[in-house]
Design a protein around this ligand. Structure first.
Ligand code: NAG
Ligand code: NAG
Length: 365
């Protein structure tokens, strides 16, 4: 179905965009304004100048290879991207299934030194993402956010609330993708949900940046782009997949890129007095994150620190933590002890990978 809707969009974009569940029209901005609707890079042709989108405010339509100040713009997917000036926004209606959970992944680049913010919304939900930390060296980051569809046709918008003096400041957006999420359930083999991180946000096939999952503003683990887990920190964690990274088990894993400011947690149902074993893999993503890495796991008053010597080429070891539950709800939390930078560019944050997290109760304590 994805392929079909893609073809439809290609053949008929000048007439109308077809609505297929979760598909986004002109998602990579490859269809641009007509020449008479632009002045230089600035879109002047009114709210419908960019096919598929409704735009407002100062919007620039940018081509890969173009000069941005003293830098050359490189666009990760396709050849075009849009920049949102102060107060500018782009939006479109998307068809979704009412009641379902979706994650939305988008590529964004920060342009100026000031802190930039982006308000991402799917009515009535919204989030304002701060982009003061540059996570990847090339300036582009993929972010994921998630929402539950309240209606079957919803407004998706990206709004730059900034008030910078330079109108050329403001985030550049390249591509946007939606993916339905299927919140996993605990099984009799694992009290934790989504312990292997197999359920996660959409990952763009041609990008090697992973997907940043910003801190959960509210404690809604159902609602997370990483179902079951809460990003409980100031900084994002990175979702990585086995197509682009070394992953201990299965397809997905999490890289803790923000040191102690980058933590994920899950609250498990436990039986007080019972003994449990928490087991997990600690490794590296094969992304030149070299040196002494370390993951700390916390369960109630118990904790374990797992050192991992990384050569940056992939690999992992296993660790366990045994504890007696004292409550019906037990919080499991992982964080990285150190800040680390990749040895190949010294500008990208990196860190240890965790995967295959299981929590089982022991029959004979
Ligand atoms: C973010 O955008 C939504 C939708 O346009 C809006 O309702 C909300 O008030 C905005 N939030 C902020 C803080 O600007
Ligand atoms: C990925 O990159 C290849 C080679 O550059 C290109 O042919 C392909 O169309 C790209 N795919 C997407 C989804 O951008």
């Amino acid at each position: 179905m994805g392929m079909l809707s893609f073809l439809l969009v290609f053949c008929c974009f000048h007439v109308t965009f077809s609505f297929t569940d979760g598909s986004i029209a002109n998602a990579e901005f490859e269809f641009g304004p007509k020449p008479q609707d632009m002045k230089g890079t600035v879109v002047t042709g009114g709210p419908h100048a960019i096919p598929g989108w409704e735009i407002s405010g100062f919007i620039e339509y940018l081509k890969s290879g173009q000069k941005q100040g003293d830098m050359l713009l490189v666009v990760p997917n396709g050849a075009y991207a849009v920049r949102l000036g102060n107060g500018a926004s782009i939006k479109q209606k998307i068809k979704v299934v009412k009641g379902m959970y979706y994650s939305i992944t988008f590529m964004v680049a920060r342009t100026c030194a000031q802190e930039e913010k982006l308000n991402v919304s799917v009515a009535p939900d919204w989030v304002v993402l701060p982009m003061q930390t540059l996570y990847s060296g090339n300036g582009w980051d993929a972010y994921a956010w998630s929402f539950q569809a309240d209606y079957s046709l919803v407004d998706m918008a990206f709004h730059h609330p900034g008030k910078e003096e330079d109108p050329a400041c403001g985030p550049i957006i390249d591509s946007i993708a939606l993916k339905a999420l299927y919140p996993p359930r605990p099984t009799n083999k694992n009290v934790l949900k989504n312990g292997g991180f197999e359920e996660g946000p959409y990952v763009f096939p041609n990008t090697t940046s992973g997907v940043l999952i910003p801190p959960n503003i509210v404690d809604l683990s159902d609602h997370s782009p990483l179902p079951g887990w809460i990003v409980e920190s100031l900084k994002a964690v990175k979702y990585i997949d086995s197509d682009h990274f070394s992953v201990p088990l299965g397809k997905g894993a999490v890289e803790l890129i923000g040191g102690k400011e980058s933590a994920i947690a899950q609250v498990a149902r436990t039986i007080p007095g019972k003994t449990y074993t928490l087991s997990f893999a600690v490794g590296d993503a094969g992304n030149s994150c070299e040196g002494s890495l370390s993951v700390e796991a916390y369960v109630g008053k118990e904790s374990v620190k797992v050192p991992y010597e990384s050569k940056g080429k992939g690999g992992f070891k296993r660790a366990t933590l045994k504890f007696v539950a004292v409550s019906t709800r037990t919080r499991i939390l992982f964080l990285s002890t150190f800040y680390t930078m990749r040895s190949d560019d010294f500008a990208s944050l990196c860190g240890p990978v965790i995967d295959d997290v299981t929590l089982i109760s022991l029959r004979k304590p």
